[in-house]
Design a protein around this ligand. Structure first.
Ligand SMILES: Nc1ncnc2c1ncn2[C@@H]1O[C@H](COP(=O)(O)OP(=O)(O)OP(=O)(O)O)[C@@H](O)[C@H]1O
Ligand SMILES: [Mg+2]
Length: 239
């Protein structure tokens, strides 16, 4: 099975409109980091977000996970405007988003399996089913003999694979993966992408992968290309 072609349902799972994000600079001005006019995507779709370093890929994924609020524009997920979530954002994110961070972000004081079980508890999975699925996912990603290792006792590639297992454990409706193959060799990169794509079909999740990797781009049916913004400053801020 391959991920679905762009959905033409009445209400897409994700809708992005007129998005722009500016970051404040040390001199107090605000510089454009990301600009994207429109994007609609549905369940079971798989997209690559591509663009040069600094084009706003990580910023975009952070906005989609409601980790940051965009300066301008709206993101609706399942009809709900992320801007209006306020304090319910964390609960929404735990239930609805699986995130593979660019810098991996595993808890340093816990073994791999414990890292996954803590994430499962936060997202409301029962410990019985979570433990079985966690062991199975770690096995599929070649980490069966590393389940008790703390992140400091793993290679960067192993940590990256563990972060992928953690993100998909609770079968969230949206999986955001920021350069999930950056530290992997070709074999492990294929394993990670196959797993993400299989789970996207299995759980009918929307999969969005930020990547520079040509082999990863080829596996994803849709591309969203970001351009590095020229020096553009927010209206009304000093330059
Ligand atoms: N917290 C921040 N404060 C100020 N500027 C930031 C911040 N985070 C990112 N930026 C700037 O925003 C721009 C976009 O950054 P972002 O990390 O989204 O790019 P990216 O496309 O993910 O890059 P890469 O491919 O290197 O990971 C860059 O110019 C970056 O320096
Ligand atoms: Mg990035």
């Amino acid at each position: 099975m391959t991920p679905a072609a762009p959905a033409e349902t009445a209400m897409p799972l994700l809708e992005v409109r007129d998005l722009a994000h500016y970051y404040r600079q040390p001199d107090g001005s605000a510089r454009l980091a990301l600009s994207l006019n429109r994007l609609s995507a549905g369940r079971g779709e798989a997209l690559a977000v591509v663009g040069p370093s600094g084009s706003g890929k990580t910023t975009f994924l952070h906005i989609l996970a409601a980790l940051i609020r965009p300066t301008e524009g709206d993101v609706a997920f399942d009809g709900q405007n992320l801007r209006e979530m306020g304090r319910s954002g964390a609960a929404w994110r735990a239930a609805s988003v699986g995130y593979v961070f660019q810098d991996v972000n595993l808890l340093p004081d816990f073994g791999l399996l414990e890292n996954l079980m803590i994430a499962a508890e936060i997202s409301g999975l029962s410990s019985g089913s979570a433990s079985e699925r966690a062991v199975s996912l770690l096995g599929r990603l070649g980490l069966a003999d590393k389940t008790r290792n703390r992140p400091c006792r793993l290679s960067l590639g192993e940590r990256q694979r563990a972060a992928v297992a953690r993100a998909v454990l609770h079968s969230p409706p949206m999986v955001l993966a920021d350069e999930p193959t950056a530290s992997l060799d070709a074999d492990n990169s294929r394993t990670v992408m196959s797993l993400l794509l299989e789970l996207c079909v299995e759980s009918q999740s929307l999969l969005i992968v930020a990547t520079h990797d040509e082999s990863v781009k080829k596996k994803l049916p849709r591309l969203v290309a970001l351009e590095k913004p020229e020096n553009t400053w927010h209206r009304g801020t000093p330059q």
